[in-house]
Design a binder for this molecule. Sequence first.
Ligand code: SAM
Length: 438
Amino acid sequence: MSGAGEAAGLGVGDEVEVEVGRVAHGGHCVARHEGQVLFVRHALPEERVRARVTEIGAGSRFVRADAVEVLGPSPDRVTPPCPWAGPDRCGGCDLQHVALPRQRALKAEVVAEQMQRLAGLTVDVGVEPVPGADDGLGWRTRVEFSVRDDGVAGLRKHRSHEIVAVDRCRIAAPGVTACEVTARGWPGHEAVDAVAPSVGEPVVVPVPSDPVPDVRERVVASWLSAAAGATVAFDREFTVSARGFWQVHPGAAATFLAAAMAGLDVRPGERALDLYSGVGLFAAALGESVGPRGQVVAVEADAAAVAQATAGLADLPWVLPVQARVDDAFGVPRPTRGGPRRRTGRPRRPTRSPLLPATADVVVLDPPRVGAGTGVVRAVAALGARAIAYVACDPAALARDTAALVAAGYRLESLRAFDAFPMTHHVECVAHFVPSAP
Ligand SMILES: C[S@@+](CC[C@H](N)C(=O)[O-])C[C@H]1O[C@@H](n2cnc3c(N)ncnc32)[C@H](O)[C@@H]1O
């Protein structure tokens, strides 16, 4: 029987030669050695590599490994533009060794595979570039640097607390690099955020800080739509806390907004919901589109973001930002792991918020990485919306929620995917759903 540090004879640190198979979700490819599954980072499909085992997976069902020597390279292999990328180095990027077009092709395979496996749907999706940073570098407008006990700031290794003292991050935006976080000492801090807003000077936020600085970021999103026969547009400035949520790629917010709104075709006078609304990016566009005869309810858990949405959308008084967890607002029990069910024996069922309408014409969902979950998806479906836009940063969560939406009477009408995180395995999707029975 294999122990915690070995699987089928393989132990951490062992090296084996393997033929690399398909890409898998999470930034690695699948290989096999004597029946043992290996998830190999820094490799490409159809390569032959020497893989070094880095971790034995749960139940010894798989092992994690790094390609430490390439014996038969793929034609799509390139020299990583960042000297800190590679086995046992910075863990931020998974795909620096892959030509950009192949990075996108691999991400498309992952999206299709997740939709097939978790939703039973066959989709044909390409991954589209996001405008800006055409070489895949210099796009990341927010970077959280970790700080070692000796005060040196750097970036973490993959699945490790170890911090690599990089000189700079090659995917960081010029404004982040200009902060020179790694050139300074940060004794007494756990982390340092560097943020390059689209308006104003870059911002540095040491964490923790006493007192915590109330640093705000100003970001601009442009949007133009000719949906429903009327042209609506904005070039709107949003205020975001420096540690609050905003898309990190400078072209992402406008790209996702245009993609989500194009599929909704929102009409004046309609009722819309923006769930997981942040500072109100989608709520603003929905508000412009429904006009004063319509209504938008935007639900977001983070109090600072809701306050910023309330102030920022004051010119659209028919948009109502609501501070609540989306599951609480719908009266759906929260996920139970480690939660109330264990302590009380009964799930806590919150009361449905009276601020949520019973029906809606259109819904935008933009949940965090875990997705919305079956309870929320069912509650959304019960609104009877004629169209739903789902913006997803994790294709597995999107696929699980797609399965729940299909079971609740919707069908996937369209799916687009965007390369908003070049050099990493991350990919953003925008999906549209309509009722399966008109
Ligand atoms: C991917 S972000 C999207 C934000 C916004 N739609 C945007 O594009 O800027 C997800 C948002 O969901 C919020 N959030 C996380 N869990 C939540 C929950 N259970 N209920 C409501 N909001 C939540 C986060 O604070 C974050 O603002």
